[in-house]
Design a protein around this ligand. Structure first.
Ligand code: SF4
Ligand code: ZN
Length: 420
């Protein structure tokens, strides 16, 4: 018999109403910041014998020993066991931590994996909130929401800085790398099915993401493996299996079965989508895309802007201006929201010639994707260090200057077929 836990043993309120709560520097008791010190969050599958259900351990000093307003390391490992548990579910649980912890009154959580940041307010600290309560929240929510696969759960919360450094590098990062590698070795051709995701229909009622091994959801948070696990955990849930047996057009990645699924899940709002084109029947965009790419006519290519980039693009629009015309769950030929990881995919704009169309992106984004993108360009076109040919805001923010730079570099987009 599985018992549903409805009460969470913490000294402050827990409700989705607190999810958007911002905690300002002056109001915060303590901060954990993965961009400055070693932090991580992780789910690990264990044998039932290794787990004492509801055991919450804090390894290191508690919050009340920290100076007000100071910055620290934190790592927490949620260990689970269950007959139907699979390691593929681990990342799906982890993705939920953000929303679980944000439901705590006076606690703010951002990011995931080893790039998390947590702030705890003075009021919440004064109410008695301590490190173990993070464990209490995660324990209760994981046990409750994943009761179908989790029989036993325990949580280890590390606040010892040295321990966080050691575990981040020797435990967490290898797990994250292994997950990413598993996906890297998969292609769209190597699987029999894709998955739909409609988690964003709360905000974009007709939006459907089609998630494939080489094209993750545009939020960047749902890979094919995640969608598969989400489907297995909740077969009636947001991710449904889509077969891909009836090819209509291999070039743009259009399938009759994918179209049927998209029609059904968009309640008829969408007729047909392609997987690999931004001009012909492009996939829709909701609002939470990590990046937007859009056609830059003068250079015969596309510019990409990521959400963090506040400046101008050579298209003549900022990210938010691009977002306001691309979002909302409608098809916008020539513009498309997508995940960061998709930029180095061999399926990125495959119908229009692939990654060779990328002529500009913000410097920081370019650096993030450089290694994988250069590998892809080398494999597809035999070009070395392709990112050196791509413009950024330090080179140009207008189309004319960009074109001169691309000509100087001999960028391949200039000699490709006209896009429009
Ligand atoms: Fe799902 Fe797409 Fe929304 Fe990501 S952006 S949660 S993949 S619908
Ligand atoms: Zn969305």
């Amino acid at each position: 018999i599985k018992i549903k836990i409805t009460n969470i043993d913490i000294p402050v309120a827990f409700a989705s109403a607190f999810e958007g709560e911002i905690i300002r520097r002056g109001d915060m008791q303590v901060e954990f910041d993965g961009s400055r010190v070693d932090c991580f969050e992780l789910v690990q599958t264990k044998e039932a014998s290794e787990i004492e259900d509801h055991k919450i351990e804090v390894i290191g000093p508690d919050i009340d020993t920290f100076e007000v307003g100071s910055k620290h390391s934190i790592g927490y490992v949620v260990e689970v066991a269950g007959k139907s548990m699979q390691t593929d579910f681990e990342s799906v649980f982890e993705r939920k931590f953000h929303s679980y912890l944000n439901c705590v009154e006076g606690l703010m959580h951002t990011g995931q994996r080893d790039m998390i940041r947590i702030r705890i307010s003075k009021d919440t600290f004064n109410a008695g909130f301590r490190a173990k309560h993070i464990g209490e929240v995660l324990y209760a929510k994981v046990k409750n929401e994943f009761a179908a696969v989790v029989d036993k759960c325990q949580v280890k919360v590390y606040t010892d800085a040295e321990k966080c450094t050691e575990l981040r590098h020797n435990l967490a990062i290898p797990v994250f790398d292994k997950r990413d590698e598993r996906l890297t070795s998969m292609t769209d051709e190597s699987v029999d099915v894709y998955y739909s995701c409609i988690m964003c229909q709360a905000f974009s009622p007709s939006h459907v993401c089609v998630v494939t091994p080489e094209r993750l959801g545009l939020c960047g948070a749902v890979s094919w493996l995640d969608a598969k696990a989400t489907n297995e955990l909740d077969p009636q849930g947001p991710c449904q299996i889509i077969t891909k047996e009836k090819v209509i057009d291999e070039r743009i990645g259009e399938y009759e079965d994918v179209n049927e699924a998209v029609r059904k899940f968009s309640q008829g709002a969408l007729e047909d989508v392609s997987l690999y084109s931004i001009i012909e029947k492009p996939m829709t965009s909701c609002g939470c895309f990590e990046c937007i790419c859009g056609i830059e006519p003068l250079s015969n290519g596309v510019c990409i802007a990521n959400r963090e980039y506040a400046g101008m693009t050579p298209i003549g629009m900022t990210f938010s201006e691009l977002a306001s015309m691309t979002g909302g769950g409608v098809q916008t030929p020539g513009f498309m929201g997508h995940g960061k990881h998709f930029i180095a995919s061999k399926k990125f704009m495959k119908a229009e010639g692939g990654v060779a169309r990328i002529v500009w992106m913000p410097k920081e984004l370019k650096e993030t994707v450089a290694e994988r993108l250069n590998e892809t360009a080398k494999e597809l076109y035999g070009i070395e260090n392709f990112t050196d040919m791509i413009g950024d805001e330090t080179v140009a923010e207008d189309p004319e200057t960009l074109l001169a730079f691309l000509e100087e570099k001999g960028h391949p987009a200039l000699t490709m077929e006209p896009m429009m």
